[in-house]
Design a protein around this ligand. Structure first.
Ligand code: UD1
Length: 344
């Protein structure tokens, strides 16, 4: 056993894939999840893939007493990966208090308790949303952050600031901020994947649900942007590749491979792909047509953003590996698995 890691929100989309990679790398995992946007069946998926059922605590990280009990019942936790957060951009605009309360309280509780229970390393799920609309692409970690366009984005920026202040205050902890670009796809086993509540807000779950017939048509939000085909450009990162970045980030902190107490990394492929190109890649990879139509722009969308992942490539020794076709195929296989299970 390399160490014991607390994964908050470990039954969610990125949390479950990261738990798999951690267990397969020899870490013991303790998950806390309040099941607000996940379900208990994900534990079975993790166990099927890895042969190990992680310790699971059903609870809410906004409650500090729940966390005290968790740390007492699971002594020796070395690191925390914090996925527990509310994450729907649109919802955050209508329910800002929910977003600030949840995302900031969870973070503050965890940072507060780390020194109490001797936890050394903290990995934070940040987002490329902190950059706003970039002045130039690919974007590096040194690019200035811009005013957030939603309370969700604001919580990511504030969280980065809070972590920075805590580390600079002389706290014994180390932290790594991972700025994710657009995580998509599913585990190649199709045992775990993304399962959004209700109508998906994000592109790929909407696309796969359309391909299988749950949704009639995918709306492409705008084809009159200043991009080669007029649709927005994103850096779509395979969720398993993304999960692996967390493992190397932890290894760096727990193994004292760096003197820096706080580091920031872009986690993306370095390639920009437009919405229309992504639909095309899905159709090529699966042979399944996706009915779609062009509609008006969506408020608040960034036109184009993709990562310069050089720092993560060189410093972490991490690189995105999956092809977009394999990633699309994994998303499709997961969608078909949901259909088999009668979920969707
Ligand atoms: C948003 C957030 C990001 C967050 C991510 C996951 C911002 C600016 N971005 O990314 O921080 O991590 O969600 O929750 O806050 N699209 C369609 N049709 C659809 C859905 C999407 O055309 O039905 C287009 C969008 O206009 C966009 C692209 O697909 O151009 C990607 O959209 P989406 O998957 O929602 O992710 P982002 O908005 O990039």
């Amino acid at each position: 056993m390399k160490g014991k890691i607390l994964v908050t929100g470990g039954l969610g989309f990125i949390g479950s894939h990261t738990t798999v990679e951690l267990q397969q790398s020899g870490y013991e995992v303790v998950i806390i999840d309040n099941l607000s946007n996940s379900n208990i069946g994900v534990l079975d998926g993790i166990e099927k893939i890895t042969g190990i059922r992680p310790v699971f605590v059903e609870g809410d990280c906004t409650d500090i007493n729940t966390l005290h009990e968790l740390f007492k019942a699971n002594p020796g936790i070395n690191g925390i990966i914090n996925f527990a957060a509310s994450k729907a951009v649109g919802e955050s605009i209508v329910k800002p208090i929910l977003y600030y309360r949840n995302n900031l309280n969870i973070l503050i509780n965890l940072l507060d308790l780390m020194p109490v229970y001797g936890v050394k390393g903290f990995v934070f799920s940040s987002s490329c949303t902190v950059y706003g609309e970039p002045d130039a692409n690919p974007i590096t970690e040194d690019a200035p952050t811009k005013k957030a366009t939603s309370p969700y984005g604001a919580t990511k920026q504030m969280s980065e600031d809070i972590i920075t202040d805590v580390v600079n205050s002389g706290s014994p902890i180390k932290a790594i901020l991972l700025r994710y670009f657009n995580p998509i796809g599913a585990h190649p086993s199709a045992e775990i994947g993304e399962l959004p509540n209700g109508v998906p807000q994000n592109l790929v779950p909407y696309l796969t649900q359309t391909a299988i017939g749950v949704r009639k048509e995918l709306s492409v939000f705008g084809n009159d942007y200043d991009t080669p085909d007029g649709s927005c450009i994103r850096d779509f990162i395979n969720v398993v590749d993304l999960a692996k970045a967390h493992v190397v980030a932890l290894e760096r902190m727990l193994g004292d491979k760096s003197d820096d107490k706080l580091e920031v990394f872009n986690i993306g492929t370095g390639e920009g792909l437009s919405v229309l190109q992504l639909i095309n890649a899905f159709e090529t990879a699966t042979g399944v047509k996706v009915p779609h139509k062009i509609v008006g722009r969506r408020d608040g969308d960034i036109v184009k953003i993709w990562a310069d992942p050089k720092k993560a490539n060189e410093v972490l020794g991490w690189k995105a590996e999956a092809s977009i076709e394999d990633t699309m195929l994994s998303a499709w296989n997961w969608q078909k698995k949901l259909r088999e299970r009668g979920v969707m």
